[in-house]
Design a protein around this ligand. Structure first.
Ligand SMILES: NC(=O)c1ccc[n+]([C@@H]2O[C@H](COP(=O)([O-])OP(=O)(O)OC[C@H]3O[C@@H](n4cnc5c(N)ncnc54)[C@H](OP(=O)(O)O)[C@@H]3O)[C@@H](O)[C@H]2O)c1
Length: 284
């Protein structure tokens, strides 16, 4: 790694991932060739990075590494237009958490997925301490490893076959948490509480800190771990007018019992708790 020669990076795409990777690359003093955007793109990324906007052919010719930071559905198609012009030895990578590197259809290909929700273009990027998940060829790994190491990020490897499941886990901890916060805030509005976004986020923060700092079943708080099944029954009744919300709440209550079992609560205890939770929530 000490002898790693940083490649000249060309970026395709002008969204969050393009901005994050380009900013991180630049923060190391590594060279950027330019950025390629699709026709009609309004992305301000070129201005923010102060690098030239190039067409994909010019970008491929002037880069020794190419990041395809476009939406998942566009990666394969964009890769085809790059493949024609890119030098044989160039590294190509994408940032999707669920797609394999092989869709790039070239040697020296990989995917590098930041296990982080990335900021909008122009906002500060902090990848120090982040987990970057690598999948792809052996030849490009030293480059990705060197990049992560210099950023102070961590790198882990998974196989292409593991990616969809891996990415589902990432979605659970990111977008799904945001969806739960949003539902909580919506219900609070329905009971007459306004301007409570900060409060919802603060409550979630305490739950996250507790999960991170506690051991075993103490990672969880609330009526399930307190065995307050009467509270669960009242929640079920309150949520019943909206079967979707009621089902979501019930699935999560059951998942808390599963998590307590995974975290070492006794089998006897969790089996009887599961039964009581299911009864309270009217689950089969
Ligand atoms: N956002 C995150 O937190 C995050 C985290 C980890 C990984 N990723 C991954 O990063 C990749 C990009 O996501 P993102 O969050 O950066 O998305 P984004 O902010 O929506 O940006 C997507 C970019 O792709 C461009 N694009 C879409 N279709 C295209 C096409 N057919 N040809 C050329 N360019 C096209 C868009 O062009 P316009 O400028 O015209 O809209 C836009 O600049 C995805 O693989 C995603 O899974 C994202």
């Amino acid at each position: 790694m000490p002898g790693l020669q940083p490649p000249v990076l060309g970026i395709v795409g002008g969204g969050r991932a393009a901005w994050a990777i380009a900013s991180a690359w630049r923060s190391l003093g590594w060279p950027l060739s330019g950025v390629a955007l699709r026709e009609g793109s309004q992305s301000p990324i070129g201005k923010h990075l102060d690098i030239p906007l190039l067409d994909s052919e010019a970008l491929a010719r002037s880069s020794t590494a190419i990041a395809l930071a476009v939406s998942d559905r566009a990666i394969e198609e964009v890769a085809k237009s790059i493949v024609r012009s890119a030098p044989e030895h160039a590294h190509t990578f994408h940032l999707s958490g669920s797609l394999p590197a092989s869709i790039l259809g070239r040697p020296r290909s990989f995917s590098l997925h930041p296990f982080r929700a990335l900021p909008p273009v122009g906002e500060p990027v902090r990848l120090a301490g982040a987990l970057l998940v690598y999948e792809g060829c052996e030849e490009s790994f030293p480059l990705a490893h060197g990049f992560a190491h210099r950023l102070g990020a961590r790198i882990a490897r998974i196989s292409a076959a593991q990616k969809p499941l891996y990415h589902a886990a990432a979605v659970l901890a990111a977008n799904d948490v945001a969806a739960l916060l949003d539902l909580s805030e919506t219900i609070l509005r329905e009971v007459g509480l306004r301007e409570v976004e900060q409060d919802v986020a603060a409550l979630a923060d305490t739950a996250i800190v507790n999960w991170l700092t506690s051991e075993g079943a103490a990672k969880f708080t609330g009526p399930v771990v307190r065995r307050d099944v009467e509270v669960l029954r009242r929640h079920r009744e309150a949520l019943a007018p909206d079967p979707h919300r009621a089902a979501l709440y019930s699935l999560l209550a059951v998942e808390i019992v599963n998590a307590m079992a995974r975290r070492g609560a006794s089998e006897f205890d969790t089996r009887s708790l599961m039964q009581r939770v299911r009864e309270a929530l009217d689950l089969p």
